[in-house]
Design a protein around this ligand. Structure first.
Ligand code: CTP
Length: 154
């Protein structure tokens, strides 16, 4: 019997437990798990500005025990071709994509798995930005303090 290939796509920026849970569950659905990692350009097109470069994101995904192959995701239209090329049986994504890829049911089984609650790369990126602003404020306050001390020395 031929092996069952599972396929998924994503940016996987700031790799976290939600990503790992999804990839492990997908791998359990078949014999091989392939992952299309979104390039930096395609991620931007999807409205995400990754902090970690494509090269590093792809390397992290490739190093996982539950992942058997990685390739770049460069556009929306490549999915049907990838499914045919890799003889994919199951196409799976997290539930935030529910219904968005139903047209691929013409080529293979399409499933949406529940997302892990309470964690998201977008939320981590937002927190980092807030911290960054807070840090800039702290630095400015420290500089003001130093210059007031220097002025008093004059
Ligand atoms: N995912 C998940 N549980 C999470 C976060 C992500 O199951 N808590 C899944 C997504 O549904 C998707 C895959 O992981 O199928 C890759 O998601 P990606 O968009 O790269 O990561 P997110 O953390 O969802 O990033 P964002 O918040 O920017 O959408």
């Amino acid at each position: 019997m031929s092996e069952k290939v599972v396929l998924t796509y994503g940016t996987f920026d700031l790799f976290h437990i939600g990503h790992l849970n999804l990839l492990r569950r997908l791998r359990q659905l078949g014999d091989r798990l392939l992952v299309g990692v979104s390039t930096d350009e395609f991620s931007k097109l999807k409205g995400k500005q990754p902090i970690i470069s494509f090269t590093d994101r792809a390397e992290i995904i490739r190093a996982l025990r539950c992942v058997d192959g990685v390739f770049p995701e460069e556009c929306w239209e490549q999915k049907a071709g990838d499914i045919r090329k890799h003889c994919v049986s199951v196409f799976g994504m997290g539930s935030d994509w529910e219904g968005r890829f139903d047209e691929l049911k013409a080529y293979c089984e399409v499933i949406y798995l529940p997302r892990t609650e309470g964690i998201s790369s977008t939320e981590i990126r937002k927190t980092l930005k807030i911290l960054d602003r807070a840090h800039t404020r702290e630095l400015k306050q420290a500089l003001d303090l130093v210059s007031s001390i220097v002025e008093r020395l004059d």
